[in-house]
Design a protein around this ligand. Structure first.
Ligand code: NAD
Length: 256
């Protein structure tokens, strides 16, 4: 199938590793130029080397995706250098450790989590929509989570709330920009094999895998394949969706 993604300019926040980097490889294989935004300089530079070795045009901006001034200035730089933005993957995020019962949660942990996932998606979407509107084409993909769609386990109310808010943002923004040729969708993966879940003990991982109807965790490449399809011309009528990608596990519960 021809996804018609050649030469599209794709911005991926948190793109230096994990799902974001897998997105960059998959979109790059379709002929896209990929721009990674990440707070981790070393990982970002290493990711660019890997992508270039695979003949993918790749660029890196070191930035905190939650910092308004940094976002505004990088959006301007992208406009000046690339003259367009076709795809925005709001992927930057942080893990749930340390987990806190809500009654014990410091405000700083709450704010950090909400900002990493929601504020960043707001800032980058606001910045990129005018560039997408110019070409009457845009795809915004937001990362939600099974920790929202499955209800969220105890100790992660900051994470599940952030991911619920990302889903809410997706549905409303889709209605605002659908008429501009821009679609906005969210993906809610189950546990994906990245550094984000590397903190889990081997025992926990075994439980996670056993509890999943498919009998395993998700691969970053599987999420990236869905991201890429959502960016395609064929997906133009999919808008405002929250797509679960959790092997059917959703409501299982494995404790803390
Ligand atoms: N791995 C999973 O099991 C899983 C499941 C559901 C949803 N998700 C979501 O998918 C997204 C990617 O997860 P992942 O597993 O690839 O994580 P990861 O930890 O492997 O990668 C996340 C990247 O985001 C970057 N980042 C974090 N905060 C940032 C900030 N403020 N500014 C710029 N960059 C920042 C990190 O440096 C890192 O490179 C996250 O939003 C996560 O919540 C992951």
């Amino acid at each position: 199938m021809n996804f018609d993604l050649r030469n599209k300019v794709c911005v991926i926040t948190g793109g230096a590793r994990g799902i974001g980097l897998a997105d960059a490889f998959t979109l790059g294989a379709e002929g896209c130029k990929v721009i990674l935004i990440d707070i981790d300089d070393t990982a970002g530079q290493a990711a660019i080397q890997q992508l270039k070795a695979a003949d993918i045009p790749a660029f890196f901006y070191l930035a905190d995706a939650t910092n308004e001034n940094q976002v505004i200035s990088i959006v301007k730089e992208i406009e000046n250098s690339f003259h367009r933005c076709d795809v925005l993957v709001n992927n930057a995020g942080i893990g749930v450790k340390p987990a806190y019962l809500l009654r014990d949660m410091p405000l700083s942990a709450w704010d950090q989590m909400i900002n990493a996932h929601l504020r960043s998606a707001f800032l980058w979407s606001r910045g990129m929509i005018p560039l997408m509107e110019k070409n009457h084409f845009g795809r915004i993909i937001n990362m939600s989570s099974m920790n929202f769609t499955g209800g969220g386990r105890a100790g992660v109310s900051h994470y599940s709330s952030a991911k619920a808010a990302v889903a809410g943002l997706t549905k409303t923004l889709a209605k605002e920009v659908g008429g501009l040729g821009i679609t906005v969708n969210a993906i809610a993966p189950g546990y994906v094999e990245t550094e984000l879940i590397a903190q889990f003990t081997p025992e926990m991982r075994e439980v996670l895998q056993k509890q999943n109807p498919v009998g395993r965790t998700c691969l970053p490449e599987e999420v990236a394949a869905l991201v890429t399809f959502l960016c395609s011309k064929q997906a133009a009528f999919i808008n405002g969706e929250l797509i679960c990608m959790d092997g059917g596990r959703r409501d299982f519960y494995w404790g803390n």
